[in-house]
Design a binder for this molecule. Structure first.
Ligand code: 2BA
Length: 110
C-alpha cells in the first residue's frame, strides 16, 4: 500500500476530490499554506492499494493544471543563504501537483 501526499491548488481541489471519491478512493483534505507564496493550497492524503496506485496518479495528473501566479509580497528567491530578496511582484508557475509517495508499513482502522 502507498500513501500519496498531493499538494494541489485550491482551484483544482474540489474536482480532484470528487473524481477520486467517484473512483472509490479514500481521501483526506488538509488546508495548507505554501511556504514561498504564503497563500493557501490543499494537501490531499490518499491511501491506495498498490494495484490502484497508477490509476490514482493518472487522475491527479489529469486534473491538476499548472497556472501562473504573481507573488505580491516580498519573497526570497533561490533559498538558503544564497537567496536573493525580491521586493517586487514576480510571476511563478505553480503546479499542477507536488506529489510525495510513501510506502505504508501498516494500515489499521479501529
Ligand atoms: P509554494 O511554496 O507557495 O510555492 C509556489 C510556487 O512558487 C512553486 O510551485 C514554485 O513555482 C515557486 N517557488 C517555490 N519556491 C521558490 C523559490 N525558492 N524560488 C523561486 N520560485 C519558487 P510548485 O513547485 O508547483 O509548488 C507548489 C506548492 O507545493 C508549494 O507552494 C509548496 O506548498 C508545495 N511544495 C513544493 N515543493 C515542495 C517540497 N519539496 N516540499 C514540500 N512542499 C513542497
Amino acid at each position: 500500500m502507498k500513501l500519496i501526499i498531493a499538494i494541489v491548488q485550491d482551484e483544482d481541489a474540489s474536482r480532484l476530490i470528487s473524481n477520486l471519491m467517484n473512483e472509490g478512493y479514500g481521501v483526506t483534505k488538509l488546508a495548507t499554506t505554501g511556504g514561498f507564496l504564503k497563500s493557501g493550497n490543499t494537501t490531499l492524503l490518499v491511501g491506495v492499494d498498490d494495484n490502484r496506485f497508477d490509476a490514482c496518479m493518472a487522475i491527479i495528473e489529469k486534473i491538476c493544471k499548472s497556472r501562473k501566479q504573481i507573488a505580491t509580497s516580498p519573497v526570497t528567491m533561490g533559498g538558503g543563504t544564497a537567496g536573493m530578496y525580491s521586493p517586487y511582484p514576480i510571476e511563478v508557475t505553480v503546479g499542477g501537483a507536488t506529489v510525495f509517495v510513501v510506502t505504508v508499513d501498516q494500515f489499521v482502522k479501529f
